[in-house]
Design a protein around this ligand. Structure first.
Ligand code: SF4
Length: 416
């Protein structure tokens, strides 16, 4: 008779993400759940009885990476319990049921935000992509050179500080989920609708970070643009809460859906004049209006790019990042070149090839673009991005930090 399976005593948590800050922070919460269950943290998969794989699946590429890691661990550690968590089981449950039916998908009950903590566990950086690890390791040297020369090259300094995850940051999750129904997006299936954290809770975490001596702060959410819409507040109130203090700090804002840039243009241009706000990601996704419509994105590119220009005038040090999808169904060459043109409004750009996510409207749209054309467009836009990044680098080296403005500037009212 086969011996009763013994209760796992030691656990090990790993991520398959390339650099999703939210996914990495969730690892802390998963570890806490196992500790609450009386288990001990192992320092390696070898040492563990149970391995939790926290998956990412926003693109086919990330799904394939997660599937390879799961299959690899199942093969390498046949005697261990392997459990799955994260986005992929929600984005593509059929794939998990088909390939990993015997593995348990961990649906921890609603994990309180607090359990995520406010710091990355540096042990989670080991699984990052080469590009991310290169930036994480080169960053201290870059700042050393600046200090030696007594200069701050902007916006390059703010980019290097915030373009990828950074263990120097105090992380504050302000919300989860979003109000969008973007036709390409699998994340919505994983994160659901918007749940904003109350402003007083966010404010007290910010104070906790300042009191702990942190200078760098990163506010996280799937779409921070919609923060507060379920509380009768808005992103303008959120940023006003951070900038009302006289303390010095650096603030990075994760994703802001451009529809909220269009909704609060003047207030956001005004609050972003505060040089303590050093980075924001505004995923434009496409430069073409017809494509944005078919993505169910609720804005047009041109007016957004105009507002971004104003933001850069108000705060030249601000590092503005974006994501662009190429090869979306029915994308013509002229649509594509609209996206290439939009590259030049940003300081850091990530271009992704459209990949159909299961159960999303765009997955069954007619006029899907062939892999060959998608790859050609991806190569072309990456050439434009390379040019833009080189320009931002050179322009920064020949332009030192704009003089500090006394802040806070004019208190920003949410004049909606
Ligand atoms: S805003 Fe759109 S792209 Fe972003 S998570 Fe929501 S549905 Fe996905």
């Amino acid at each position: 008779m086969s011996p009763e399976p013994t209760e796992p005593k030691k656990f090990y948590v790993l991520s398959t993400t390339e650099g999703c800050a939210t996914n990495l922070l969730e690892n802390n919460a998963y570890r806490k759940q196992y500790e609450i269950a009386g288990m001990e943290s192992a320092s390696s998969p070898e040492e563990a009885d149970l391995i939790l794989i926290n998956t990412c699946g926003y693109s086919k590429e990330m799904e394939d990476k997660a599937v390879n890691i799961i299959a690899g661990h199942r093969q390498k550690y046949p005697g261990k319990q392997i459990q799955l968590a994260g986005c992929l089981p929600k984005i593509n449950p059929q794939k998990i049921r088909k390939d990993f039916a015997e593995l348990k998908v961990q649906h921890f009950p609603e994990i309180p935000f607090e359990d995520q903590g406010n710091e990355f566990a540096s042990k989670d950086f080991g699984g990052l992509s080469f590009k991310h690890r290169l930036m994480v390791n080169a960053r201290p040297l870059f700042f050393k050179i600046e200090n030696l020369l007594g200069l701050k090259w902007q916006p390059l300094h703010n980019l290097v500080n915030s373009v990828v995850v950074n263990s120097e940051f105090f992380l504050i999750t302000v919300s989860t989920g979003c109000l969008g129904f973007c036709t390409f997006c699998g994340i919505k299936k994983a994160k659901g609708s918007l749940r904003s954290r109350p402003l007083p809770t966010i404010a007290s975490e910010f104070k906790k970070g300042l009191a702990a001596g942190y200078k760098n702060f990163w506010i996280l959410g799937d779409d921070i643009g919609c923060w507060g819409q379920d509380l009768g507040l808005s992103i303008v109130d959120l940023l006003a809460e951070f900038t009302k203090t006289k303390e010095d700090f650096n603030l990075v804002i994760n994703y802001v859906d451009p529809q909220f840039i269009a909704k609060y243009p003047n207030q956001l241009v005004e609050v972003l004049k505060d040089r303590r706000i050093v980075g924001v990601n505004i995923p434009i996704q496409s430069g073409s209006t017809p494509i944005l419509k078919s993505m169910a994105r609720r804005y047009e590119a041109k007016p957004i790019l105009k507002i971004i220009e104003q933001m850069k005038v108000g705060n030249p040090n601000l590092a503005i990042k974006t994501n662009i999808i190429v090869g979306f169904p029915n994308e013509s060459w002229s649509d594509f070149f609209q996206s290439v043109k939009s590259v030049f409004a940003f300081d850091a750009i990530l271009a992704l090839k459209f990949t159909a996510r299961p159960g999303t409207p765009a997955a069954t749209y007619p006029n899907q673009i062939s892999e060959t054309v998608k790859s050609l467009r991806h190569t072309l836009i990456n050439l434009a991005i390379l040019g833009r990044h080189a320009w931002v680098l050179l322009a920064s080296l020949f332009r030192v930090e704009a003089p500090e403005l006394p802040y806070p500037t004019t208190p920003v009212q949410n004049k909606v």
